[in-house]
Design a protein around this ligand. Structure first.
Ligand SMILES: C[S@@+](CC[C@H](N)C(=O)[O-])C[C@H]1O[C@@H](n2cnc3c(N)ncnc32)[C@H](O)[C@@H]1O
Length: 355
């Protein structure tokens, strides 16, 4: 806005300069180009008419300039006010959890209370965590920032690499921001599944992987212990148009595993939060909620083909050893995953998922 005003002033300045030089040129030439037979009085009359014209044009230009300058100064003075007003508008536009939202029943075999913290869809780096059935409230001052706000602020720039359809209303919670598999990686992992196959996504989170398997044409059983995340994942799957391909199950994967059968199991267990990379080598016993060996054995009961998404600093010797837990040993392949040249994680493929 300010730049536009400056531009306008510049334009007016050059117009004034141009018009005045044209008038001076006119005055000079009028003097020089008088025909020999022109009377002195007609020359004088012409000159005074020109002078009046010049004066009027100048007055007009100066008035115009004065107005512009005035508006420009007012704008300058008002800029802090404008910033405050914009901030207020942004706060007001935060989206609350829809009235229709009802938390699903507690997960099978757990007594955990739902902890729904749903992120705003507003394109703003300051998000407000809302609990269901609450009216939208203004965000707390920065020093009282919630974990959800902090997470969203840090990961906001990556929203489209997490979900390319983010702007269509994808929803996240604080954990989802740092734990969802970036979409290009999830799509590459899903490409290893046979289309129309049955996939168990053991730690579905907000749906990053389940959606991509479904988009590949697989039927997906998405297991997630947190009922609020299941709601978010279901909502996100709807946005991607694959809701019908996914069966969402709220529950503990380790309890459900013995009763499941599928063509492929996808494992994206919690890595222990964003601090996972503060150790030089990430060993499989650091995976949550159970170590990598227990997890792999649980998955083997469901299918021979297994895909695991692991931290970039994972101990690759340990990962490869997992293929020896089966007899005969499973084919194994590992892949480094990058998004815009940033090393995000390592995918381990076992069985037919390996190439
Ligand atoms: C790394 S996140 C998965 C992210 C997911 N792949 C995505 O792209 O959105 C791990 C998820 O596992 C869930 N989880 C933790 N323990 C679980 C368990 N025992 N059974 C099922 N889900 C569990 C967490 O709630 C979390 O949402």
């Amino acid at each position: 806005m300010i730049a536009q005003q400056l531009l306008a002033i510049n334009k007016i300045h050059s117009r004034v300069l141009l018009s005045s030089s044209w008038f001076y040129f006119q005055i000079l030439t009028t003097g020089e180009d008088q025909p020999a037979n022109t009377s002195l009085s007609s020359v004088m009359a012409k000159r005074s008419a020109t002078a009046v014209f010049i004066a009027r044009r100048r007055a007009k230009a100066v008035t115009h300039l004065r107005n512009v300058t005035h508006r420009f100064l007012r704008l300058l003075a008002a800029s802090p006010k404008i910033a405050r007003r914009r901030q207020r508008q942004r706060h007001r536009s935060l989206i609350a959890v829809p009235a229709s939202f009802r938390p699903p029943p507690p997960p099978l075999g757990t007594s955990e209370k739902p902890r729904c913290a749903i992120q705003s869809r507003t394109p703003s780096p300051t998000h407000e965590a809302e609990t269901p059935h609450q009216k939208p409230k203004l965000p707390e001052p920065a020093h009282e920032e919630s974990p959800a706000d902090a997470a969203a602020g840090k990961y906001w720039a990556h929203r489209h690499s997490l979900f390319s359809l983010y702007d269509r209303g994808v929803r996240m919670d604080a954990e989802g921001w740092y734990s969802a598999t970036p979409e290009p990686i999830a799509a590459a992992q899903a490409a290893r599944a046979a289309p129309a196959g049955l996939v168990v996504d053991a730690f579905a989170g907000v749906g990053g992987n389940s959606i991509q398997f479904a988009a590949r044409g697989c039927y997906v059983i998405a297991v997630e212990i947190d009922p609020c995340k299941v709601e978010l994942a279901r909502h996100n799957a709807r946005i991607y148009g694959v809701e019908d391909m996914i069966e969402f199950v709220v529950g503990d994967f380790f309890r459900l595993a013995p009763s499941l059968k599928a063509d492929l199991v996808f494992l994206s267990p919690p890595w222990g939060g964003p601090s996972y990379n503060q150790t030089p080598i990430y060993t499989l016993d650091m995976l949550k909620p159970k170590d990598g060996y227990t997890l792999f054995q649980a998955a083997q009961k469901i299918a021979r083909d297994i895909i695991m998404f692991l931290p970039r600093n994972v101990d690759m010797v340990q990962v490869e050893e997992l293929s020896w837990l089966c007899s005969p040993p499973l084919d194994f392949e590992s892949e480094e995953n990058y998004v815009r040249h940033r090393f995000k994680g390592i995918t381990a493929y076992f069985g037919n998922a390996a190439r």
